[in-house]
Structure formats: structure tokens, C-alpha cells
Design a protein around this ligand. Sequence first.
Ligand SMILES: [Zn+2]
Length: 432
Amino acid sequence: MTQRAVIERAVAEQASWMEDLLVALVQAPTVLGAEEPGQALMERAFADCGLEPESIALDAAAIRADPHHSPFSWDVTSKRNVTATWRGTGGEGKSLVLNGHVDVVPPASESLWTSPPFTARRDGDWLYGRGAGDMKAGLVAMTGAVRALRAAGVQLAGDVTLQSVVEEECTGNGTLQCLLSGSGDGAHAAVLTEPHHDHFTLAQVGVLWFHVDVRGVPAHAARASSLGYNALDATQAVLRELRVLEAELNAQRGDHAWYADLEHPINLNPGVLSGGDWTSTVPAEATLSCRLALYPGQEPADLQRRVEAAVERADVGATVRYDGFRCEGSEVARDEPVVLALSDAYKMVHGGAAPELRATTATTDARHFVRRGIPAICFGPWAEDIHGIDERVSMTSMTQVATVLAHFVMDWCGGAQTTPALGAPAHRGGES
Ligand SMILES: [Zn+2]
């Protein structure tokens, strides 16, 4: 058998292991603050590859001391990332990080789902559930690739580090903590198995979360026209000014090569509006929570100033607070060796078709690697309706991604086939 055939068969043999892991992960509702059951599953999955899992606890003080952290108001003391490193023999191969996040966003509206969002439902090639695509199938594919290579008795020259992180959807501080703790720092490249299936994502925007607090004057609704000041009404004036800022930012897209051809790369999302406590009382307080993007090369502090100026223009006595994402965008050159090597592996699995190289209008943890000089690419399974209703992922594509990654790891990290390791007692119990 050729090496290619051996690897393809080894990955195919992981199909049911991978599906079982994905089902278990989807059924763990790992929204913000509830990530641990997912991390426990990933810890077991890494151990099940014959690797020794390591926990990297989030350290609030260490995160806040880094200039590239995102602010957060919640407690992170019980949170951890889970990592495992497959140590290479130290020859010619390069090192690699495979990174995925275990946290998911809330289901948006459970009643709109065809089946409960945290019950994994298989229908044909699709597996449904919140987080199935973004990005538990990616976590499974990267782990399945490593498990397959180890089962096939492969030895690598360079190290592969698996990282299952928390807080990608709100701050990115999970991956930041990995790097601060030394996991993956200094690697030659990183692949984040986000659901970008027929393309590699090389550029991404930055994201700013901000919360506009408005103080009203409560009064009986019967006299609202003469007494009181309605805080919820006031947020609408703020939103109008923020939409003007959004239009200005989009008008500048021509200055940013990766985004010049996109119609509307910078999106303002008013995500949460809250306020008031009684239908017949003029609300005393309201908060408008928004997400706004920024171009690579733009400083988050610069966008903060523009947001504050827009809120000021609304002239409703509002204040701006930051909690959550405050991060820059990032870009990787199209001719980076990792882009070419991963493309070669992709072509091998996709009948010679090359992946498109794209920019995304979202952010990912890739920026933390890129900032440290580690080129980072997003590539992963085919998913639909992520952050929406009836999120789903293609099981065929999950196996294809695992196959691409397995070929890529062989090439990038200098893999050689020896004797089957997985299940052989001499190789059990982790790395030495
Ligand atoms: Zn994601």
C-alpha cells in the first residue's frame, strides 16, 4: 500500500470514534461559563490518542497583564484549556499547533429549532446541534487525524500540539492563555479547524464589543410625555449614530487589500438590548450591547475613540463600557510555506482542486498566533447556519478534513511510518 492509501484508510477507520466524540461534545452545552464538560471530553479524547493531556488554567491576572487581552467582567478561575503534545523525534520536521474552541454561542431561540439544540441529531450526512459546526467537528477532525496517524504507527520529526480552548466566542483569552503558558509558542505554524471548508482563511477582521449604558428618569407611563426620560428610546438615537460610523468604516474598505472587493466587510451588530422593569414605567436604565469589526492594521483603541465620539454625538448622556472582544485583525501572506503545504494536502483529497484563499469578516483566535510570528490558517469542516437556527455539519467533510490534516501533518512534521502504536502496550500512557 502507498503511504497515501495507508493514511486514508487509517482516517476512515476513525469514523465512528469521531462521530461518537462529536455527538458527546454537541450534547455538552458548552456556552460561556459551562465549558468544563466539553473540556473533560477533550481531555479523554487526547488521552485516547495515547497522548498525555495537560490542563492550562486561565489566570485572570496574567491575561489582564497582556496588552492584547480582551477585557472581561466574569470569573475565570475554574476555567481551563486542554492541550496535548505529540513529541517528534527532533529531525527535519517542523512543529505545528492544531487549535479549536470548545465554547459555543447560545442557541438564539430554542423554539425555532427543528430538534433541541443540544441534542445531536443525525439526518443523512448532516449532524445538527449548536456548536456542531462552530466548531466541535473541527476539534474532532484534528484529534481524529492525530489518532489515525498514531494508529498507523507514524512517527513524526516535529511536534504537534493539540489545543482545545475556551472563550473563543467572547474574548479569545483562552488561546492567549495557552501561548502565555508556553503551549504552542514558537511553533512553525498553526491550523485552526474553524468551519471554513472549501477555502483557507488567511485574513480576518478585529472585533470590539462595547456596551452603551443610558440613564433615564423613571415616571408613570401616563405622564411620559411631560415627565420622565426614556432610556430605551435614547438607545435608538445612539444606534443611529453608530450606523453612521459603520457606513464610514465600510467606505474605507478600498484601503484594505483583503477587503476591497467585499461589499460590506465591517458589520455593526446590536446584539443585546436590555432595560426597564415595568411596562407602565418609563425605564430608568437601558444598555445597548454591540459588536463592531475593524480592519487588520487598525488599532482597537482607535475604533474605541470613534465609537465614543459617535455615542457622544447622540447627546443622550450615555456612557460606553468595554467587556469582551477588543482585538485587532490579522493577515497571513498567500505564499507562506504552511499555506502551500496545506494546499498540497487539500488538493490530494479534493481531486487536484485548489482551495480559495480568503478573508473573513469575523474574528478567530488565529490573530494570537500571527501576532507572535506564527502563520495561522483557518480550515475545517463544512457547516451551515452557525450562530443561527438548525446549525449543522457535514460528516463527510469532517472525515475529509481529518484526511487533509493527516496528509499535511505527515508532510509538515516529517512523518515516517513505523509499526502500529495505538493499542500496543509499549506506546501506551503518553509520551516520554
Ligand atoms: Zn468558531
